[in-house]
Design a protein around this ligand. Structure first.
Ligand code: GLY
Ligand code: MN
Ligand code: MN
Length: 463
């Protein structure tokens, strides 16, 4: 078995050991999805399936039983389909190539799966991920039930396979961390390209559009071997940066405005997720710089709070403390009306300008799986009244960070014009986002191949 193949075999063995005696797991890959008429979206495998196989073909399903035996159903060899659509591994070659114990054609799934489920006590599959899967499991179980008179036993329990798999995926192993470092390095270079293109075109007096910068990102991703962007790139010029889920469009990139780019590539199944905000022409104005430095200071505080043993919420709380004070100091919030920084936090007054969380898990999926609540403490419920909505919020202790967890750290400030908000800050949107691997003593920022300090961004854009 190659080192790569044995990595997936080890993951399957770990999962098998968590299924309990008599457990069996079914993990399909993602379906192909039509885009229009007879054309599909670019295919992307299912992350859980890939985590256990490293196999990227569509039309596949993995079955793992508690004793560690794995069976793969995959597309059969078919010369005509391979001429049109490309190479298929096929069930004969699959055991040697992927280290599974047995393989069959996916066309035999309905015929063979009930036999695999017979005499098991519990079926595990990912709940609410694959539309139609629950109904198919029901059908397979009905086929088993039809045989109980002949002595077959039908599984009486069904469990969500996401629960053990999410826990496994939450802590990234050395191979995953290495892939994520490489994805981040590619994305960092892409951001540098986009920044420099913006300044270069504006200096030359050209008409710069958001799509010019998006094109730089895509070029850099593919040039370095990334398969595709990990999510729809946000390239937001000027006031568009205040739209949190804006996508790269055709708006002009103007002298004197900021550009917010939130973009990262996917490499070999793993996402990166970087945001940089920079002056379109390479030089921050005074008000832009004041807000930028505040967001960066809040990110520094969050980075310092990210370490093994800390809670997932700690970086967010550290960010908010810095932003709250800064919003008062810069006059975004009126001290006479809101009070102290603690009042800003208690009343959630910062929410007018900072309305998202400071991070999320990152891995194969950009918003990766994994519970944000510490599993051993789910029973420790506390309630509080939200100061803005008046709703009762139920809190549970947030996740304790462990080495190998990967999360983003992405504070921001988004200033929509409003009464009492100094005009010099109107329509400025800033976010700074880096990806962090938690270590024993702190965290490793894997996205700093692109500068983040205002002076360094200006120097880079002059180059
Ligand atoms: N790019 C998506 C996010 O930052 O969450
Ligand atoms: Mn993010
Ligand atoms: Mn992002």
């Amino acid at each position: 078995m190659s080192p790569q193949t044995s990595l997936y075999a080890q993951r399957r063995a770990r999962l098998a050991s968590s299924l309990g005696v008599g457990g069996i797991a079914i993990i399909p890959t993602a379906p192909e999805r039509p885009r229009n008429r007879d054309t599909d979206f670019l295919y992307r495998h299912d992350s859980y399936f890939y985590y256990l196989t490293g196999f990227t073909e569509p039309g596949a399903c993995l079955v793992i039983s508690h004793d560690g035996r794995s069976t793969l159903f995959c597309q059969p060899k078919d010369l005509e389909r391979e001429i049109w659509d490309g190479y298929r591994l096929g069930p004969v070659a699959a055991p040697a190539a992927l280290g599974v114990d047995a393989a069959h054609s996916i066309t035999d799934l309905d015929a063979k799966l009930p036999r695999l489920l017979e005499n098991r006590s519990c079926v595990w599959y990912p709940f609410a991920i694959h539309s139609g899967l629950a109904a198919r499991v029901e059908g397979w179980l009905n086929t088993v039930r039809a045989r109980v008179r002949y002595g077959a036993m039908c599984p009486a329990e069904q469990n969500d396979l996401c629960t053990p798999l999410d826990e496994m995926r939450l802590v990234k192993d050395a191979h995953e961390q290495d892939t994520m470092r490489r994805a981040s390095a590619i994305s960092a270079q892409a951001h540098i390209r986009a920044m420099q293109r913006s300044a270069r075109m504006l200096r030359a007096g050209e008409d710069v559009r958001e799509y010019h910068l998006d094109a730089e990102l895509l070029h850099a991703f593919r040039e370095a071997g990334s398969q595709y962007p990990a999510y729809g790139s946000i390239v937001a010029a000027g006031a568009n940066a205040c739209v949190l889920h804006y996508q790269a469009a055709a708006a002009p990139v103007r002298n004197g405005e900021l550009v917010l780019i939130d973009a990262g590539c996917e490499l070999d199944g793993y996402a990166s997720d970087i945001t940089r905000t920079f002056p379109a022409n390479g030089t921050f104005t005074g008000p832009q710089r004041a807000l930028y430095d505040l967001v960066l200071a809040s990110q520094d505080a969050a980075v310092a709070a990210t370490k093994a043993g800390a809670r997932f919420n700690d970086p967010h709380d550290a960010t908010v403390a810095v932003l709250a004070q800064g919003m008062l100091d810069l006059g975004l919030l009126d001290k006479n009306k809101v009070g102290t920084a603690q009042d800003v936090i208690d009343k959630r007054a910062y929410f007018q300008f900072y309305m998202h969380r400071t991070g999320h898990w990152l891995g194969m999926d950009v918003h990766d799986c994994g519970s944000y609540v510490e599993p051993g403490e789910v029973g420790q419920v506390s309630e509080r009244k939200d100061p803005l909505s008046g709703e009762t919020i139920t809190n549970r202790p947030s996740r304790v960070l462990r080495p190998g967890m990967v999360l983003t750290i992405e504070p921001g400030i988004y200033v929509r014009p409003a009464e009492g908000v100094p005009e010099q800050f109107h329509n400025i949107g800033i976010r700074i986002e880096d990806d962090a691997i938690v270590t024993e003593t702190g965290c490793e920022l894997i996205t700093r191949g692109v500068p983040v300090k205002a002076d360094e961004i200006e120097a880079l854009m002059r180059a």
